[in-house]
Design a protein around this ligand. Structure first.
Ligand SMILES: Cc1ncc(CO)c(N)n1
Length: 198
């Protein structure tokens, strides 16, 4: 992340990250769409629809723009093979969405939004790097709209946590912790240029 902030990140690591992140975002979009379907009220449904749109359109446009810069087509991005780390993270999210309750789903999606909002904000405060692509990456996550969606996710998690019984809260904690571990592993996998599964 520091390498994105100061423009020194070797581009092969960034490329690896963008290609795997594209696959990740497809499933993250599915998670949000499932959240939309399961949301307890219409106002929450609308937010989930907005979140889904923000990921599948705005955020993935960023990835598509990088791919275009590298002469990589959208179809090639989609055809990329997932690494074990990408697969494990996406499987965990979708398993939680399929088998857990709405509160667990929300706790599982929070580290993704919160982590990137935090990184985007901090790197933006330090000023844009000389590298155009990395500056674009930072601007996407520092954007007030992304920041607002991340804040809303935090508030929703707090509300659901306050309303949950101790066992429900423990399940939320577990989902949040597992997702946070997956986030860290995802950065590390790009750094190591992890090979695709199978
Ligand atoms: C792995 C990962 N987590 C969170 C985000 C932010 O949506 C992202 N693009 N990728």
């Amino acid at each position: 992340m520091r390498g994105i902030g100061d423009g020194t990140l070797p581009v092969e690591r960034f490329r690896h990250y963008v290609r795997q992140d594209y696959l990740y975002l497809v499933d993250y979009g599915r998670l949000l769409a499932l959240g939309c379907a399961r949301a307890p009220d219409l106002a929450t449904m609308r937010r989930f629809a907005e979140l889904t749109q923000a990921i599948l359109v705005t955020e993935m446009d960023l990835h598509r723009s990088f791919a275009a810069d590298w002469g990589v087509s959208e179809a090639e991005l989609e055809a990329e093979r997932a690494t074990p780390t990408t697969r494990a993270y996406a499987d965990f999210l979708l398993r939680t969405a399929a088998l857990g309750d709405f509160s667990e789903l929300v706790a599982a999606l929070l580290p993704c939004m919160w982590g990137y909002a935090e990184i985007g904000e901090r790197l933006a405060q330090a000023g844009p790097p000389a590298h155009d692509g990395y500056a674009r990456w930072i601007a996407t996550y520092a954007d007030p709209e992304f920041q607002a969606l991340a804040s809303w996710c935090r508030e929703l998690t707090d509300r659901l946590g306050a309303a949950a019984d101790p066992a429900g809260r423990a399940r939320m904690h577990a989902a949040f912790a597992e997702s946070s571990r997956c986030e860290l592993a995802f950065w590390d996998a790009a750094w190591r240029l992890e090979a695709p599964a199978g």
